[in-house]
Write a protein that binds this ligand. Sequence first.
Ligand SMILES: *Cc1c(COP(=O)(O)O)cnc(C)c1O
Length: 392
Amino acid sequence: MGMVQNEKIISFIRSLYNTDAFIPLHEPTFSDLEKEYVNEAIDSTFVSSVGGFVNRFEKEFADFVGAKYAVAVVNGTAALHTALLVSGVLPDDEVITQPLTFVATCNAISYCGATPVFVDVDEDTMGLSPIFLRTFLAQETIQKNGECVDKKTSKVIRACVPMHTFGNPTRIEAIAEVCQEFNISLVEDAAESLGSFRKNQHTGTFGALGVFSFNGNKIMTTGGGGMLVTDNQEIAQKAKHLTTTAKVPHKWNFDHNQIGYNYRMPNLNAALGCAQLVKLPEFLRSKRALASQYEEFFETVENCHFVTESSGSKSNYWLNTLKFNDAGERDSFLKSANDSGVMSRPCWTLMHELPMYAHYQRDDELLVSRNLSEKIVNIPSSPILERTTDTL
Ligand SMILES: *Cc1c(COP(=O)(O)O)cnc(C)c1O
């Protein structure tokens, strides 16, 4: 039965993309506007760390997500690193995250000299579970001088970094409440969820800071790039300072008052970003249309189901996800699809199974993450855009 179902799925995906050629998981889409803005940046000679497009991109991005401030940086990982630093994460602290995430989340925690603590995800959202989080904190921590201390390790749990997996919003409003109750800073890894909302509020705006990525495979790209958003002016200024080599503003003096980072997004990348931001609503529309075609089709397929947004959430459907009944059926589909040029991939190796993150504090067996990681697959998700005169 599995093989027949596989063929049915593969030919449906081919019919959507209307091609016999290789179908990638997610490819970027550009129009003349991107070329126009990038040319403008080149003609201005401001291609590097200063220039009008960076400020404009920050302003327009902040408006799009409904945050007061945005700071553009070289990539999402740098944005996460900076967000954790300005949240006060210190060497030897602990930071809670989910095992089902991209390695950048844990790497950024490590760059601060801190260590990750893994708490399980919810089955439906695939993101950090507020219930598991509360249970873990209630059982495993005590409050000392307004800090949350891990009883097993005696380390301070300074921050929590939930991730909106594949664009599907996690129950972030409940996570925000738990973090507040236990005196933990909330940094949202919204790298995958630009255009996703929870209770009509954009993801990345629930905590002190939210972080986005504009890598080439994300819903919009700047080549490489990232963004921090916050409503707190002081936090925004700290992030900007830290990511621009901690240079003290002066017309000609080169003075730096702490160890800073060269994380500022170049103007050339911001030019691309300004154009992609114009296209974003169209990408979002077309991705939701694609997801609803998938949803309808997969009602007719027996050995898997299509993962949809949970109630109270609006997903950007960055990467469409299938959940198979068992690992065998999933692996059989992965092989058939990739052998026939329809790119599909499993989720990441879970973080607590990677050698460098295997020996840290974790919550029990992480059963939900382990179960999901054996059964889920991402299938082709590039927006299918109408050909308009603009793109011809
Ligand atoms: C893409 C991504 C990042 C950041 O990636 P960069 O490639 O550094 O821009 C961080 N976290 C998650 C979950 C991601 O998917």
